[in-house]
Design a protein around this ligand. Structure first.
Ligand code: PLP
Length: 387
């Protein structure tokens, strides 16, 4: 395990590893196949679906960052989740997942459970009774997503891992919102960490990717076998790009959070803003847990718009520096209306149950100058207020 801080691991992994020309930055290997030195002698890499030097380096960077023993990089975050369940559950096994998980995760687990591939229970993991009831059914796997999307609810990772382990379940934490710079689930007891690397890990909104990181080498081996079997692995080019994105992870996360911290007090003063959801706020129900298990509060936040639907539309349309788009965690600031965008696949009933209203707006604070972002929000609130 690396003794270095995340920012250092992110910058240094694979640097000066090229033995042919001593390129400081590791080169990209696009080849689909690799020669066998001689008959019967299997090389480290033979075929790119099963392994490639660029994907290998990205996997090393990611498991070192999370403090794990291994990783499998996949072609998207959804396929990382799909790989995880494909490898570890069958038709009789139960998965416990958050009721307010990422919409695509909900759709994946729900659809596959309806086909009979496994059983799933979506529960409010901040409710101890609901958790106890679900764990009494002896699940094989538990998925935690904290902070959750879009309401940034916080789940106590250490506590839930302990309870899950008592009934023999293994736990994965979707760490997409915070990255290992701000939260390291394996240190808190998790068996797996999952990322949509599409978000903060790559950070530039130009690669779709994912990863499952494992606490043990044995689980990594199992996942690598399954990754090759079902064809879930990431491409060399995407791996190269994602490692390039990771180089600045430490610096990016710092500025993302600084800017969120400047924008929050501004939002609190707005008459068109009702509740604000961010774990840094002392009245946030997960504030104390977040302080205990996170090294930072992150830059994802959401709020209830206090005006009419017409004013909400005017507010969004007036914004110049927040693009109305799905995804998150890139250098560019985004605004999203979860009920009709990222989370629409859940359906009205599940949305209501998860507490996602039609007035909820989610912000991904990017790396523009915070003062410019605040000016932009201010003029958009004024435009909406004038209606
Ligand atoms: C985006 C996202 C995913 C899915 O990842 P893709 O790369 O879009 O497939 C999973 N979990 C969370 C928390 C996400 O934000």
């Amino acid at each position: 395990m690396s003794k270095h801080h995340p920012a250092t691991i992110a910058v240094r992994t694979g640097i000066e590893s090229d033995t042919q020309h001593h390129a400081v930055v590791p080169p990209i290997y696009l080849s689909t196949n690799y020669g066998f030195p001689e008959f019967g002698e299997v090389p480290q890499y033979d075929y790119t679906r099963s392994g490639n030097p660029n994907r290998g380096l990205l996997e090393t960077a990611l498991f070192e960052l999370e403090g794990g023993e291994g990783a499998v990089v996949t072609n998207c975050g959804t396929s990382a989740l799909n790989l995880w369940v494909s490898a570890f559950v069958g038709p009789d096994d139960l998965i416990v997942a958050p009721h307010d998980c990422y919409g695509g995760t909900y759709r994946l687990f729900n659809t596959r459970a309806n086909k009979g591939d496994f059983k799933v229970a979506f529960v409010d993991q901040t409710d101890p009774d609901a958790v106890a009831q679900a764990l009494a059914k002896k699940p094989k796997l538990v998925l935690i997503e904290t902070p959750s999307n879009p309401l940034v609810r916080v789940v106590d990772i250490e506590e839930l891992c302990q309870k899950a382990h008592q009934v023999g379940a293994k736990v994965a934490v979707d760490n997409t919102f915070l990255t290992p710079v701000f939260q390291k689930p394996i240190e808190l007891g998790a068996d797996f960490v999952i990322h949509s690397t599409t978000k903060f890990i790559n950070g530039h909104s130009d690669v779709i990717g994912g990863v499952v990181i494992t606490k043990t080498a044995a689980d990594a081996e199992e996942l690598a076998w399954w990754g090759n079997c079902i064809g879930a692995t990431g491409t060399p080019f995407d791996s190269y790009m994602t490692l390039r994105g990771i180089r600045t992870l430490g610096a990016r996360m710092r500025v993302h959070e600084e800017s969120a911290n400047s924008i929050l007090p501004f939002l609190q003063k707005q008459s068109l803003v009702n509740a604000i959801y961010h774990p840094s706020l002392p009245d946030h129900p997960g504030h104390d847990i977040a302080k205990k298990q996170q090294r930072g509060f992150g830059s994802m936040l959401s709020f209830e718009f206090a005006g009419s639907e017409e004013q909400l539309k005017a507010f969004i349309n007036a914004l110049q520096l927040f693009s109305l788009a799905e995804s998150l965690g890139g250098v560019e600031s985004l605004i999203c209306h979860p009920a009709t965008m990222t989370h629409r696949a859940m359906g009205e009933e599940a949305l209501a149950e998860a507490g996602v209203s039609h007035k909820l707006l989610r912000l991904s604070i990017g790396l523009e100058e915070a003062a410019d972002l605040i000016d932009d929000l201010e003029q958009a609130f004024a435009a909406a207020g004038a209606l």
